[in-house]
Write a protein that binds this ligand. Structure first.
Ligand SMILES: [Zn+2]
Length: 522
């Protein structure tokens, strides 16, 4: 039995404290979800957010293999016609085949929050859906505050759904907007709904009672066709239903089909990628995908797992692309590494002698705080180096950065001096920048771009810093820097780690330049 998975990381998830997606972040997340085989990706609210409209414009040029993008908005405002409603028209402008609109199904909200009559609210639902259907859209209707509305006035809540069904909604989604509903209540209400509407029903749960996963899984078992959530549970307050856990639960425990066959093994790598793009550390104890989901520490447990992994594991970690861990350090799984190497050298198999060299190098770097999930270009360089395909293009002999101040008076806040060897030549250059990393970046480029003019096309498009070990004081802790570079056509990410933030940045920068030069010459 197929369950449709509807991911709202880019819309509801973007409401989470600490999240701010750029258009390029959104595109990367949408592609990661597409690669995994998520059915629907709700990518934003074009009527309320210019950035979201820009996303939909750019997305028109991107080919998605599986995912259908969904634009989100609300029913029309009170007392106007749908064609006059800017929000509905922005939804159409997004140009997606699917749209999702939310409307009120709680009489309390109708009368006290949007201050209109119960009749007008039903007209708003009906008109808006008819308008979108007349414009050839597939319409999902999100019944906002449905469960609370049902508890305070069952008949009106059901009437709002029947109205949406009559107007032509393709699916109706029951939203537990405040996240206060218990699973047993939800089941009773769901049964009542399904005896009153014929159109397929979906569930949209929030996690305020810590039960969003349970609610979503039980709703699917009870007959919901669609489950909405965010991939890692990101969302306002305590978050949305965590789809990565729901998908694994439904597929591995209950025999439902959520993803294209075999794709569940991509679950963990997708989780890591999305966390990285969101600039969050992936929750170590997240079910299925967390780095500790299959980590064993107690001696007896480790012994048990060695004898038979079923002794202390509910599933095998490879099923979801995760790894079993016995150590505290993060260690790359062999199969994950082979899969990544095969993207570069398709013929490498597990007996290849280079493999040990690569895995040892990666283990060593991961132990020191590196992580390659969000830094494919750095990973690729390690692989090329192990195969002796990489010849150095330049060597940095020395560098210095000097801070300047006071900040307000000077145009630039730092300078950098760098000494580089390119073949027989030794270059010493200096430059200014906004901060030491920018100054170093400029000085390095100045030194080597006359030998490699192609570097003039390259610029940094993103820069992320993470402090790794919380035990030490933050100013002495290890820092991981991930930078994203682009030449306008391709984008690549590299990583550097050091106790010194400038050195970590510089390592990532050097990888970025080496990667570009390597690609250009091979
Ligand atoms: Zn929501």
């Amino acid at each position: 039995m197929k369950i449709e998975i509807f991911d709202s990381t880019l819309r509801d998830g973007a409401q989470a404290e600490g999240i701010s997606f750029s258009v390029s972040d959104k595109i990367k997340i949408a592609k990661a979800l597409d690669n995994l085989g998520i059915d629907y990706v709700e990518a934003g609210n074009p009527g309320s957010n210019k950035k979201d409209l820009e996303f939909f414009k750019e997305a028109k040029n991107i080919k998605f293999n599986h995912t259908k993008l969904v634009a989100f908005g609300s029913t029309r405002r009170c007392n106007i016609s749908p064609s006059e409603d800017a929000n509905l028209n922005a939804l159409l402008e997004a140009g997606t085949e699917y749209v999702c609109i939310f409307g009120k199904s709680s009489l309390f909200h109708v009368e006290n929050i949007i201050n209109t009559t119960k009749e007008e609210n039903l007209e708003m639902i009906s008109d808006s859906i008819v308008y979108l259907k007349n414009n050839n859209r597939k319409v999902f209707f999100d019944a906002e505050h449905f469960f609370d509305g049902y508890k305070s006035n069952r008949d009106y809540a059901i009437l709002s759904l029947v109205t949406a069904e009559k107007a032509g909604a393709d699916e109706i989604i029951l939203c537990d907007t405040n996240g206060g509903t218990f699973p047993d209540e939800m089941i009773d209400i769901l049964k009542d709904v399904m005896s009153n509407v014929k159109v397929p029903v979906g569930i949209h749960a929030h996690n305020d009672c810590g039960m969003a996963i349970s609610i979503s899984v039980l709703a699917a078992i009870a007959g919901c066709k669609q489950v909405q959530g965010t991939f890692l549970g990101y969302g306002e307050r305590c978050g949305n239903a965590n789809l990565s856990a729901i998908i694994a639960n439904l597929e591995l425990k209950k025999g439902f089909e959520c993803l294209p066959k075999g794709n569940i093994s991509l679950l963990t790598s997708t989780a890591r990628e999305i966390a990285e793009i969101s600039n969050f550390k992936l929750g170590y104890n997240l079910p299925y995908v967390g780095s500790s989901a299959f980590a064993h520490k107690a001696g007896m447990h480790i012994d048990g797992v060695y004898k038979n992994s079923k002794s202390f594991e509910h599933i095998s970690p490879d099923e979801v692309g995760n790894e079993r861990k016995f150590l505290i350090s993060e260690v790359a799984g062999k199969s994950t590494v082979i899969a990544k190497i095969n993207k570069i050298y398709p013929d490498v198999n597990k007996n290849d002698p280079h493999l040990t060299k690569i895995i040892d190098r990666i283990k060593e770097l991961e132990y020191g705080g590196y992580q390659f999930e969000g830094a494919d270009a750095s990973f690729e360089l390690i692989v090329h180096k192990a195969f002796d395909k990489f010849k150095p293009f330049f060597e940095v002999l020395d560098f210095k950065t000097i801070g300047q101040g006071p900040l307000e008076k000077e145009k630039y806040s730092a300078s950098a001096i760098i000494k580089v060897r390119v073949g027989e030549n030794i270059e010493v250059t200096a430059d200014n920048g906004d901060g030491p990393v920018d100054a170093l970046n400029k000085a390095l480029r100045k030194a080597i771009s006359k030998f490699y003019p192609v570097l003039n096309e390259v610029y940094l498009s993103d820069y992320k810093v993470r402090i790794l070990d919380g035990k030490e004081s933050a100013t002495r802790a290890t820092t991981r820097v991930i930078i994203e570079s682009t030449d306008g056509e391709n984008t690549w990410s590299t990583v550097g780690v050091s106790k010194d933030i400038i050195e970590a940045s510089f390592k990532a920068l050097i990888d970025s330049i080496e990667y570009k030069l390597f690609k250009e010459n091979n």
